[in-house]
Design a protein around this ligand. Structure first.
Ligand SMILES: Cc1ncc(COP(=O)(O)O)c(C=O)c1O
Length: 378
């Protein structure tokens, strides 16, 4: 059976590793294995002494125990360690969905959160975030009108890729109340959690017994090459069914990844602080950049995370879509922004990634391009 194209990865595969100015990454600044071990008070000899046998399917108990400390309700028993964060989306959707089911999923959204469900069941109904004057907003009337007896899962992602939206406490409670009243599973992708700029948001795993929470070390902790991810599933029956699916995909996590993920979790606060410092610096650069080119963009400041979703004034750019704008920007100037269409949204938005140190030089290169256009057009 065919599945829709993974537009984000397809777009990135053309430019990510060949363009000098990557302005759209969703992950945060990374570090080397040596630096990570040093930070965690471990040595390369320890890593060298690791045996490369099979590991436990559900994940190393010590690692699961360390992960469970990030939540108040779940225990190590509720954790399933994955071979990558994205694997968790595939496993959860395969485990939960039947062809007659319906899914409600936040839009825009990370490709896998929508496309895997659409591949498996009758209908994925988009719950669209609303572009408010200053910030992105949730529309609960829209959500309530979409819930039906067929709704099996509501898929959300907080902090949200690509808008940087996080719900208020009231909104979060309301969402859980609706899911509980209607006996719906809540798939909450929390891979950017820990990158809140003000008050931290709670985990759905602590609030709702029928939640499936996805997280990992790729974004907040800047370790995407480690491919470390996990699910929190408090429902034992669902967890066991999902582990059965896992035997068909990856069987067990990679031993070196589990070892390094455990070390990373021992210093997770330091890693997250490092990411947040870089993001705050980049946000300041964003504020002055968008103030300088108000005719080109509508900037809605993210509330959390390492990405921002920015509206393009297409008339000003001279292009008919953000997709063609992004292709020419990458091909002619080596600057990479991600078209919003890849994330299932209107084709006049672009995603900026604000978690890397190279953001400053990439934004300078982009400023130079825009200034030149501005000087030519007067
Ligand atoms: C919301 C969201 N969930 C999951 C993932 C998957 O993470 P990974 O690529 O590390 O598997 C991503 C990656 O961009 C993401 O943005």
């Amino acid at each position: 059976m065919k599945i829709e194209p993974f537009l984000t990865e397809q777009f990135f595969s053309q430019y990510e590793f060949s363009s000098p100015h990557m302005l759209a990454s969703s992950d945060c600044e990374t570090i080397s294995i040596g630096k990570l071990l040093h930070l965690a008070g471990a040595t390369l000899e320890e890593l060298g002494g690791l045996n490369l046998g099979y590991t436990e399917s559900q994940g190393d108990p010590r690692l699961r125990s360390e992960i469970s400390k990030m939540y108040s309700e779940p225990t190590a028993e509720d954790v399933v360690v994955l071979t990558s964060p994205v694997e968790g989306i595939y496993l959860a959707m395969q485990t939960l969905l039947e062809p007659q089911d319906e899914v409600i999923a936040l839009r825009p959204g990370y490709d896998a959160l929508n496309n895997v469900a659409r591949h498996l069941c009758q209908q994925v109904i988009p719950w669209s975030l609303v572009a408010g004057k200053e910030q992105w907003e949730l529309d609960f009337d829209q959500l309530e009108s979409m819930i039906s007896p067929k709704t099996r899962i509501i898929v959300v992602n907080f902090p949200h890729n690509p808008t940087g939206f996080i719900p208020s406490t009231t909104e979060f409670d309301h969402l859980i109340k609706l899911a509980r009243e209607n006996n719906i599973w809540l798939f909450c992708d929390e891979i950017y959690r820990g990158l809140e700029f003000d008050t931290p948001i709670p985990s759905a795993a602590d609030r709702y017994e029928k939640s499936i929470v996805l997280s990992g070390l790729s974004k907040t902790y800047g370790l995407p090459g480690l491919r470390a991810g996990w699910l929190i599933i408090r429902d034992a029956e669902l967890r066991n069914e999902l582990i059965n699916w896992k035997h068909y995909t990856t069987i067990c996590p990679a031993a070196p990844t589990e070892f390094l993920a455990h070390k990373a979790l021992l210093v997770k606060d330091k890693l997250a602080e490092r990411s947040k410092t870089i993001i705050q610096q980049n946000l300041k650069l964003c504020e002055s950049f968008f103030a300088r080119f108000p005719e080109h963009f509508i900037w809605r400041r993210p509330q959390a995370g390492s990405v921002a979703f920015v509206e393009l004034n297409l008339k000003e750019t001279g292009f008919d879509s953000a997709t063609s704008y992004c292709h020419q920007l990458a091909q002619n100037h080596g600057i990479v922004l991600l078209p919003g269409r890849c994330l299932g949204f209107d084709d006049h938005y672009v995603r900026f990634g604000i978690g890397k140190k190279s953001f400053e030089s990439a934004l300078e290169a982009y400023s130079a391009v825009l200034s030149e256009i501005k000087s030519k057009t007067g």
